[in-house]
Ligand binder design. Structure first.
Ligand SMILES: Cc1cc2nc3c(=O)[nH]c(=O)nc-3n(C[C@H](O)[C@H](O)[C@H](O)COP(=O)(O)O)c2cc1C
Length: 185
């Protein structure tokens, strides 16, 4: 039996990339975090990521002003914090302090890394031509940091309605990727 889902609920099926946090530093020096489920890899080289960050987010101002952010990828132990970070505004709240997260210096951007996250991607805005229409920012990844000492590496994936799936088994089908061998390193 096929049950239809309203078309505007497509995100419930496709949103499930890892939930991430966007870290910014405004021109006033204040750092902030927001939660983001709508994002996608767009290109290998240079590495481009599409990110939906709208004017309803306080972070939008810092991103517009500086053209920089960090995408911080949390693991399952941070899931509740990540949801809470996406349910309050940095306008009047220091989210790093409030949620007990540690800002760490990045190398190519002023926005801080989040030390408690498994991965941090330093990004610069490469194209803001779609922001007015779709709130879509094309970000170019400058540096990627992975915390290799971290034992918990399971990422969480938003199903669009406050439910999340958690990484489980890994299937290594690299041998079958005959056409894309150069991507397997
Ligand atoms: C699970 C989850 C996913 C979210 N995904 C996005 C997203 O993809 N894009 C976006 O603009 N806001 C998204 N939000 C909303 C922002 O995180 C939210 O507006 C947040 O309060 C913004 O923080 P700020 O105002 O301090 O920038 C999401 C929130 C949650 C809880």
């Amino acid at each position: 039996m096929l049950n239809e889902l309203p078309a505007e609920k497509a995100y419930r099926v496709l949103e499930s990339g890892p939930i991430v946090m966007v870290s910014t530093r405004g021109t006033d020096g204040r750092v902030n975090l927001m939660t983001m489920g709508f994002h996608m890899m767009m290109q290998h080289e240079p590495p481009l990521v599409g990110a939906i960050i709208g004017p309803w987010d306080y972070s939008h101002r810092a991103l517009s002003d500086t053209g920089e952010c960090v995408l911080a990828v949390p693991t399952v132990d941070l899931a509740e914090t990540v949801v809470d970070i996406g349910n309050c505004s940095g306008d009047a709240l220091d989210k790093f302090a409030h949620f007990g997260l540690t800002p760490a210096s990045a190398q190519t951007v002023e926005a801080p890394l989040v030390r408690e996250c498994w991965a941090n991607l330093e990004c610069r805005v490469a194209d803001d031509g779609w922001t007015r229409r779709y709130n879509l920012w094309v970000l170019e990844v400058q540096r990627v940091w992975i915390d290799t000492a971290r034992k918990e590496t399971r990422l969480v994936h938003h199903q669009g309605d406050g439910r999340f799936s958690v990484d489980g088994d890994t299937l290594d089908l690299g041998e079958r990727m005959v056409r894309w061998r150069y991507l397997m390193d």
